[in-house]
Design a binder for this molecule. Structure first.
Ligand code: SF4
Length: 206
């Protein structure tokens, strides 16, 4: 078993918080080691809970459509969640769930080594700030900003479920992914150093 298989085995059998009682299946991250972009959502929904794959419901369909419009395929991504088990009654995960699950996110970041991390929504921003030990604002204040922390660029984004609830934000959501596509292509073609020295990129150091 490789290290991704080992991690998924541990997640699938995890009982570190009470969400283990409400899940059908824990949902592991999906994607390749070395993916340039890691996208982090909130928690599995009903369809993900049944199929055991992240972002296969309505939010996933919206995400796929916008990613395709921006020239990003799922193959270029590693996609995961802040918590791996579905909370009951469609509720958001609580802070104790996010903390209990954060060691898995930490391991995924070390294993995948993405250049760009995209926490989608306030739960994902909270999970990432636990793992990477930074403080920042809410998604409405910082979405689309390019935050630099160590070797990583972090570009907070709205969660696709928020766009389903408020479609007028879709243009901003797409614009943020266009920026993410541009950044990741620049890193691929020219390297991180050249990107960081570019005048077109406005960075916020965390
Ligand atoms: S949400 Fe995370 S910590 Fe809680 S039981 Fe599921 S895998 Fe374990």
């Amino acid at each position: 078993m490789d290290e991704f298989g080992q991690l998924c085995y541990e997640i699938s059998n995890c009982k570190n918080c009470d969400l283990s009682y409400s899940r059908r299946r824990a949902v592991c991250g999906y994607g390749e080691q070395g993916a340039y972009i890691m996208v982090i959502g909130e928690a599995p929904g009903t369809k993900e809970d049944i199929e055991g794959i992240p972002f296969v419901g309505r939010s996933g369909a919206l995400l796929d459509r916008v990613l395709a419009q921006c020239g990003i395929s799922r193959k270029e991504l590693y996609i995961t969640n802040s918590v791996r088990c579905k909370p009951p009654f469609g509720k958001a995960p609580r802070s104790e769930h996010i903390k209990a699950c954060s060691s898995y996110l930490s391991r995924e970041i070390k294993m995948v080594k993405p250049s760009v991390i995209v926490p989608m929504g306030n739960t994902a921003i909270a999970a990432l700030s636990i793992v990477m030990k930074f403080k920042t604002g809410k998604v409405t204040e910082i979405n689309g900003k390019i935050l630099k922390l160590g070797d990583y660029l972090i570009v907070p984004q709205f969660h696709p479920a928020a766009i389903l609830r408020s479609p007028k934000r879709e243009e901003v959501f797409r614009g943020n992914f266009e920026r993410i596509a541009f950044i990741s292509k620049e890193i691929k073609n020219k390297g991180m150093e050249n990107l960081l020295s570019s005048r077109d990129i406005e960075l916020v150091n965390l």
